[in-house]
Structure formats: C-alpha cells, structure tokens
Design a protein. Structure first.
Length: 487
C-alpha cells in the first residue's frame, strides 16, 4: 500500500489527499495552522467574505438611485455603515467552520493530519524521509513566524513516504524598512482582527490583492489611497477591463497614485507615513501591504535533497506536477504557476493521479478561468488571460476575431442600474471556435462559466448562439457577443 506525505493543507494539499485516499493510499498531511491552509484561514475565504460584505454595503448605498426609500428618504453613501468588529468576527468564524468541514471530510477518508511543518531530510531504502517539526507559534495563521524559523526547531518525528507532495503555499512579501505590526501596518492576512474601520487607508500595490482590498474598504466607508507602480491599476489584467476598474475607483472617490513606487512605510504618531520614490510622503491611519507573495520553500529541505527552484524561490514542476526529484511533486503557490486555489487543487489532484498510476491529463492553463473580485468583477479565460498569451498579435495577424459587447446595452443591466462592464469573446477566424473571453460585470466570476466551458469543450460561436438564455439576464450578453462574431 502506497504511503503519501503531503506538506501543506491548503487546496493543493487536501484535494490531493482526498484523491490519494480514495485510490487506497495511506495519507498524512503535515500542516501547521489548519486544514484549508491560508486559502481558507487568511486568504481566499476571508477576503471574499469581506468583499461580499462590502458589495452589500455598496448596493445598499446605491439603491437610492433605483427609488428605494427608508423612512421616506433616499439612501445615500453616508447613510450606510458597517460594524467592522462584527464583520471580522463573522469572517473568522466562517473561516474556522470551513476549515473544520475540510478536516472532518479528510478524517472521514482516513487521512491523518499532523500539526507542524514538514521538511525533506533524505532517503532511506528508496523512500523519502520527512521530518515533522512542531508548529509552535506558526500554528497561528496570523503569526509572523515563518516556516524557516519553525524548521530550525528540533524535529519531533520522522515519517517515511513513497510519494511526497509539497503544497506549502506562499506568504506576503514585505517591504524593506517597513515594520509590519499587525495594527497600523498590515499584510492582507492580518486585517481580520481590526476592531475599527480604517479611517484613511493606504493600500500599497495595485495588483489583484491590492485592488480587491482597496475597493472593498472604499465601499465599507474608508477613505482609500491606492499606490500603483504602473500607470493603471491591475496591470496583469485585460487593459480594457483594468481601465473600467480604474475609472470606477476614481469616480467613487478613491485616490489612485499612479506610476508611484512606495519605498518605506513607517509608523507616524497614531497613523502611518508612506514615502514614495519621488520623495512624496502620504499619511494615513493604516497601511496595507499588497506587493506580492514569496513562495514558502525555504523550510522544506529543498537544498538538502536538491530540488530545483526558480529565481523567486518557486519549485520547478512539469505539467503533471513533478519536481526534478523522483517521487516528489509540488502544487499551488509554491510552484509559481497561476496563484489560484482552483489551479492548486488541480495540480494536487493531477500529482496524485500520476503518482498512483491513474490516467491523467496534464495541466492546461488555457482552460483556467480566473476572477478579480472588485466591483464590478473581472473574469477571464483562455486567450483572455493576457499574462498567458496576449491575443493582440493574433488579432493583428487576422488569426483571431474579437468582439466587445458593452454591458450597458443589456436590458437586465439597465434594470439593475449597471453602467460599467462588457463581455469580450475571442474566436478562431474561419472555424469560429471560442478561444477565450473577458467579462467585466457584477458576478463576472459566475458569468465566465459558459465561456470557460466553450473553451474547454471546443465550442463555436454557433454553439453559443443556439443555446437558450433567460431574458432578461446578464448572461444574455454572451450569445449577443457571439452573434456579432458569426461569419
């Protein structure tokens, strides 16, 4: 019976564990904080819960434009507020409940969870030796203790494995000379213990994480300044989609400092001071660092066993999640592949299918759908992922036809008071096969599904056109865009 040891209990780890257990393997997960990992405890689940609350606040504030009245008076932005302490209590409880559900599911499948940090220490008779170091302070997801620090402790146990999966994720990148205290200067993993809404929040970094939190806190009632090193927010997204979010942010009162790079963030009195590269100093009550992540691979014994890593510390893997060490696989943010929970989970499943001898299809990033949970949301798939395969050159060559359908022409959008957004489809010229798309709309993360299915299944614009949609519906803009692309 195969023995599998998994380092990390996030989506890449626990989904792999379930596959391995169902295939008859003996499975051990080594995870310091809780099953679900950072994705459930401090990242995806908490952040999207906060964003859902912010969305409700925004909808309430905007309802006055639709004729909604409370006490005979229209609702305005100033009339809507939140109890952040209550919001964060709910977020922490929801995250803990989700982690407990995952733990129970794993227990039901006979998967053993050991609380601690796992690291490779060598081989014994062709099997991998994995040390389990005590979790200590690192068991607290908000603790600044790193895996490397935990790995320096005396090992409490060594287990043997035929197959090892490394799914240790990533941690927030720090800014040199900027002391993160979890009170005024925070990473995105530390905001869920705030008792009061930040009065003047400075968000440093305008990528996905920075844009999501900046938009959420703006909707919750904070005065927000977003520091962007690029000329436009969300530089890794479709330019037209990013332009919509940039314009919406500014229209709603956010200050966007474009083409500005933060050098340091320091406490200043009861607030913070952010020094920019051009010498300007921004002051606020709080600062949120959202300048990327660092793969957590410095604590796993990578150098001891010769695992190949990239310049950023990410583990090098192929399309079936293999590292260069036989029997050692890796999944999730520690690999530097798309930093999405869905991709981590699929990498983990593929790893176990491959390791345990099942049929497997290598990871295909062109079929991955992703979303940015701003308001409105951005969702993309296929060649709509500009960081994977920009369609601009193919469009210029005439290989791809493209149509962007404004959401403002959609009847349902008009009813809901939605002015911002669009649906873009990319199709192969001649065959009409759908190659990708971008949706900018409320619930774009849901609306992208039929486009993702079209990409995955090789559907054409005719297939979309001949599929019924509800009228009126936002999804109706997808076949409308397809109709414009028929030849």
């Amino acid at each position: 019976m195969a023995e599998v040891v998994i380092l990390g209990g996030g989506p890449g780890g626990y989904e792999a564990a379930l596959v391995a257990a169902q295939s008859g393997a003996v499975v051990t997960i080594i995870e310091p904080a809780g099953l679900g990992g950072a994705a459930v405890l401090t990242d995806c689940v908490p952040s999207k819960t906060l964003i859902a609350t912010a969305e409700s606040a925004h909808l309430a504030a905007a309802s006055g434009l639709l004729g909604v009245r409370v006490g005979g008076m229209p609702i305005g932005t100033r009339d809507v507020g939140v109890d952040l302490a209550a919001v964060n209590r709910r977020i922490r409880a929801l995250a803990a409940a989700q982690s407990a559900d995952i733990a129970q599911r794993c227990a039901d499948e006979g998967i053993r969870w050991r609380r601690g940090w796992g690291r490779l220490v060598g081989q014994d008779g062709g099997r991998w030796q994995v040390a389990i170091d005590p979790a200590g302070a690192a068991a607290d997801p908000g603790s600044p203790t790193t895996g490397a620090q935990a790995g320096a402790r005396e090992s409490s146990e060594v287990v043997l494995a035929d197959t090892v999966l490394i799914a240790t994720g990533a941690r927030p990148r720090s800014l040199p000379g900027s002391p993160v205290d979890g009170e005024r200067i925070l990473t995105w993993q530390q905001v869920y213990h705030l008792e009061q809404l930040p009065e003047r929040l400075i968000v440093i970094g305008s990528g996905v994480t920075g844009a999501e939190f900046a938009g959420a806190y703006l909707a919750l009632g904070s005065e927000v300044t977003l520091v962007s090193s690029r000329s436009q927010v969300l530089p890794g997204e479709d330019p037209a989609a990013a332009a919509v979010i940039d314009e919406v942010f500014r229209r709603r009162g956010m200050t966007v400092c474009a083409s500005a790079r933060a050098v340091t963030v320091r406490p200043a009195g009861t607030g913070v001071a952010v020094t920019l590269a051009d010498g300007r100093v921004l002051t606020g009550s709080h600062a949120l660092l959202a300048i990327g992540s660092v793969p957590t691979t410095d604590c796993i014994g990578a150098d001891v066993v010769g695992l190949r890593r990239g310049s950023g510390g990410q583990l090098s893997v192929d399309r079936v999640s293999r590292t260069n060490a036989p029997g050692v696989y890796a999944a999730g943010d520690c690999t530097g592949v798309l930093p999405l929970a869905s991709v981590a989970a699929m990498q983990g499943r593929i790893a176990m299918w491959h390791a345990l001898g099942d049929a497997v299809r290598p990871l295909d990033l062109m079929s991955v759908a992703s979303a940015v949970f701003t308001e409105p949301e951005i969702a993309s798939v296929g060649v709509g992922h500009v960081h994977l395969d920009s369609p601009a050159g193919a469009v210029d060559r005439g290989d791809i036809d493209v149509h962007r359908q404004p959401l403002g022409t959609n009847a349902r959008a008009k009813m809901l008071g939605i002015d911002d957004g669009f649906v873009t489809l990319y199709v192969r010229r001649g065959s009409g096969r759908v190659l990708g798309g971008v949706v900018v709309a409320p619930r774009a993360s849901e609306l992208i599904y039929p486009v993702a299915q079209a990409v995955e299944c090789g559907l054409t614009v005719d297939d979309l056109v001949h599929t019924f949609t509800v009228y009126p519906s936002l999804s109706g803009s997808i076949p409308e865009a397809a109709r414009r692309l028929r030849r």
